[in-house]
Design a binder for this molecule. Sequence first.
Ligand SMILES: [Zn+2]
Length: 305
Amino acid sequence: MEKSYVWGIDLGGTKIECAVLSAADLTQVIARERIDTEASKGYEHIISQVARLVSRVSEQLGVAPTRIGFATPGVLNPATQTMKNCNTTSMNGRPMAADLTKALGVEVRLANDANCFALAETHLGAVQDVNPKAEVVFGIIMGTGVGGGLVVHGQVINGLHGIGGEWGHNILEEGGKACYCGKSGCVEHVISGPALEEFYLSESGQKLRMPQILQAHLAGTDMHASATIERMLENFGRAVSTLINVLDPQVIVIGGGVGNIDLLYTEGIERIKKYIFNSREVLTPIVKPKLGDSAGVFGAALLFQ
Ligand SMILES: [Zn+2]
């Protein structure tokens, strides 16, 4: 009975969400529930919130899971089996896979939210429309931060250190702004939403959010807004061209707030062509995601597929 269901949990900083899909038809959502993470109450409390949510959904369905995939804010360090790079910092250094297994009595698999995004869009989202047979897919997150996930033959590639797909911390701007990762000028510090807003502020002396900066650029009335959008496009082109040169994916999906900007799919693509090691007539299909906020939890459910 249990085998006919596939369980995923998106462990976010504010909400924990559980989705149960039909194993026979993964597009069918059998159950979906959310609970507050209450992260400020600490790590043990987060684990107990997960247990509370799982037992609530189990009761609802009349069946308990034996395996659950988790989308997490950071990754499990393969060497130490403890968490790292989580912005919910109480998770860092903790053996979360082991703790979840103990608390829930199930087998677990963990992947960061960018990897889950890439996996979900590959199997259930945008990639299905463009090239369902794609062997290599790269999912880009361009929002508050910049991250990514690599899917090869339908599976997430975590890599030796668990950092597979983390192109947001490649150095893009020599001598650029210091990053929390210890380096400076990372992709994330050039083309994330906050980085672009900061650039606009330093140029214009004014605080504007990305949607307003874009609007001002499109109206053609604000040279600083135009300089900010130019900075985004040019650096997007440089950063994505290196991804394509290394992986040459069949499809790239771009999620996140900044990733929603239409110009990336027109002028942004022209900038990539400037830098790519290929003829400039054709380029990798670069598409918007389809699943919205559901990508994390669906991707988590697919970790055991
Ligand atoms: Zn960095």
